[in-house]
Structure formats: structure tokens, C-alpha cells
Design a protein around this ligand. Structure first.
Ligand SMILES: [Zn+2]
Length: 272
């Protein structure tokens, strides 16, 4: 069994070949390259089509991150036009396996203590809602990014907007057990990044140690969020193995068992 890195930004590196060679050597056989803007989504598809090999398949997602939305919508002229383009891109290649990453990012609120104006929150909501609808329309799972916005995220996902039939994943999980139960209730998967290895993330470790294994995914979010002992340094897909080893210890299971169950989950959710 091999590992799947379900969330990496392969378009952010100048050393793509190095990343892929080292990922293969460390037993990664699938990587999902996650789009964060119109331009990034196009690049992710191009990378998936050009760099997949028999022993390392690359897939792509198409989406607009909360923090990148203003540029994309501005350039398109309107939200409607922007989403016409996004839909075109999403249906342009068989390599596309999900919509996102999308969601609320209230980073400025919590960490820099700058009050986010209501207008910005409303814009993030529109952008998120449009991607939930697009995922449902195309019958693709949704890759959800959620920072400091659990209540708003759950309420939007569970309202009439129409959940994608294949639900999706909360990527790079940062919430506590209560939030995890809600996510699982909604049918979503929970994906752990290097954050689970951090000494200051007991809530995340708690979720990883008790959640149902059939809803667990692993990711690196490369080039961000390097796991311990590489915290603060550049991250790359091969490090998904470190995350698997860490979670295996938490669960008192072998790395092979974690690899097997998380790879099967990724195959089921993304159809890969
Ligand atoms: Zn990401």
C-alpha cells in the first residue's frame, strides 16, 4: 500500500521534479494538487496532465481560496462570470477530482486582531456558496478550508444550498472534538496536515486519536505547515509519511494500517 498526499500546492514550487522524485522514493503514489485561484487551478491541471507517471499519479482540484477571490472576481468582472470560467476549467480535464479549496478564512480577526469588515465576510460567503453549488452541480467533492469560522462554515454547509452528494473534506484540520463531530455528522472527511505533529495542537491530536478511521485523510499542504521535526522549514509531499507515522503512534496502529485506511478513504472520496 502506498500513501496519498490529498492536498499539496505543486504549483508553488520551483523544485517540482525534486518533490516528485522524493515523494515516490518515500512511498507516495498519488498527490492531489489543490487550486487556490483561477490561474492556480489551470496550473494544477497542467501539472497533473504532464507529470503523472505510472507509479505517481497526480490529480487536480479547481477552486478559489477565500483570500484570492477578490482578484479573480475583479478580473472576471463579476462573480457570475468568474464562476462560468471556473466551471469551464473544472470540466476541461478528467484530472479534476474536486472543487476547492474554498471556505471562510477569518485569519485577520483572530490572529492580528483586526476587525474584518462585514463586507469582506459577505464576499467570502458568496464565494464559498458558489463553490458549494458548483461541486453539487458537477457531482464532485468539496475541499473546505476553515479558519476561525466553524459556526458559519457548518451553518452554510448544512443549509438549503445543497450539499455535494459526495460531500468533501475539511483540509488541514485545526478544530476540536466538538467541531470534528459536526463535520463527520455532515458526512465530511477530516484531513490531517503537519499541524497534528505540533506540540501546541493537543485538540488536533485528540481528534486524530478518537475519530472514526474511515473518515480520515492525510495531507502535507506543501509548501506550508512542515511537520515536526521540519517545522518552520519548507514542506513537500514526501513528508506525508511523517504525518502517517505520527498518527499511527497516536492510534497504536502500524504505519501500514494507517496508510491502507487513509489511501482507501482518498480513493473513495475523490474517485481516484
Ligand atoms: Zn492549501
Amino acid at each position: 500500500m502506498a500513501l496519498v498526499d490529498t492536498h499539496a500546492h505543486l504549483d508553488f514550487t520551483d523544485d517540482l521534479n525534486g518533490w516528485l522524485v522524493r515523494a515516490r522514493a518515500d512511498g507516495v503514489d498519488k498527490i492531489i494538487c489543490v487550486g487556490t485561484s483561477i490561474e492556480a487551478s489551470r496550473k494544477c491541471i497542467e501539472i497533473a496532465e504532464r507529470y503523472s507517471s505510472p507509479d505517481l499519479q497526480i490529480y487536480a482540484t479547481v477552486g478559489i481560496h477565500a483570500q484570492d477571490g477578490k482578484d479573480d472576481v475583479g478580473n472576471a468582472g463579476s462573480l457570475l462570470q468568474c464562476f462560468k470560467t471556473l466551471k469551464q476549467i473544472a470540466t476541461s480535464s478528467g484530472k479534476v477530482v474536486a472543487i476547492g479549496e474554498c471556505g471562510y478564512d477569518f485569519y485577520l480577526d483572530g490572529e492580528k486582531r483586526i476587525k474584518m469588515v462585514d463586507k469582506d465576510r459577505q464576499f467570502q460567503k458568496k464565494l464559498f456558496e458558489a463553490q458549494i453549488r458548483l461541486a453539487a452541480e458537477l457531482d464532485l467533492p468539496l475541499v473546505v478550508h476553515c479558519r476561525n469560522a466553524w459556526k458559519k462554515t457548518f451553518s452554510l454547509l448544512s443549509t438549503v444550498y445543497g450539499l455535494p452528494t459526495r460531500t468533501g473534506v475539511f483540509h488541514s484540520w485545526t478544530g476540536d472534538w466538538e467541531a470534528a463531530q459536526k463535520a463527520i455528522e455532515l458526512g465530511f472527511y477530516i484531513s490531517f496536515s503537519g499541524i497534528v505533529t505540533f506540540g501546541n495542537a493537543p485538540d488536533v491530536q485528540d481528534v486524530a486519536s478518537r475519530m472514526p478511521l474511515d473518515k480520515m485523510l492525510l495531507e502535507t499542504d506543501s509548501p506550508f505547515l512542515s511537520p515536526v521535526p521540519f517545522r518552520g522549514l519548507g514542506n513537500e509531499p514526501k513528508n506525508v509519511k511523517i504525518i502517517a507515522e505520527f498518527v499511527a503512534k497516536l492510534r497504536n496502529l502500524s504505519v501500514g494500517q494507517i496508510e491502507e485506511v487513509t489511501s482507501k478513504n482518498a480513493q473513495r472520496l475523490f474517485g481516484i
